[in-house]
Design a protein around this ligand. Sequence first.
Ligand code: FES
Length: 128
Amino acid sequence: MEFFADALTKTLPAYLQSLPIPRNAEELTAMTPEKAVEIAPLFLVLVVHFFVVQMLLCGSGSKAARCNTMIKLDSPKVVDKVTPKFKDGKIVMCRCWKSKSFPYCDGSHTAHNKETGDNVGPLIILEK
Ligand code: FES
C-alpha cells in the first residue's frame, strides 16, 4: 500500500497533490465510510491515470519496441552505403531488419511476418 501511495504521489500532477487522498494505511483506516464514498470516483480516476502513465513510460523505452534486434547492435546508428549493382534489373533492400545479408533482402521477412503478423517487405529499386 505504501508503494501504491508513493507511486500515486510521484505520478500526480502538482495541482492534484493537495487532494485528500490517503497516503498510507493509517490514513486509509482512519477514513470514514462517507468520506471514502465521496472520494471513490476521484480515486478511480487517479488509479487509471497511474496505469496510463506507467504504460506510456514503460512502452517507450522497451526493448520490445525495437525494430532492429540483430544488426550491428553495438552501433549507435546503423548506416549503410552501397554501390548499386543491379541483378535482373533490380536491387532488393531489406526493410524488416531480419536479413542475414542486410542491407539486402534475403527473404527473412516472410518468416518474420508469419511469426508476428507483421506485413513488412523489401524496397525494390528498379534499374531504368
Ligand atoms: S529480409 Fe528484410 S525485407 Fe526481406
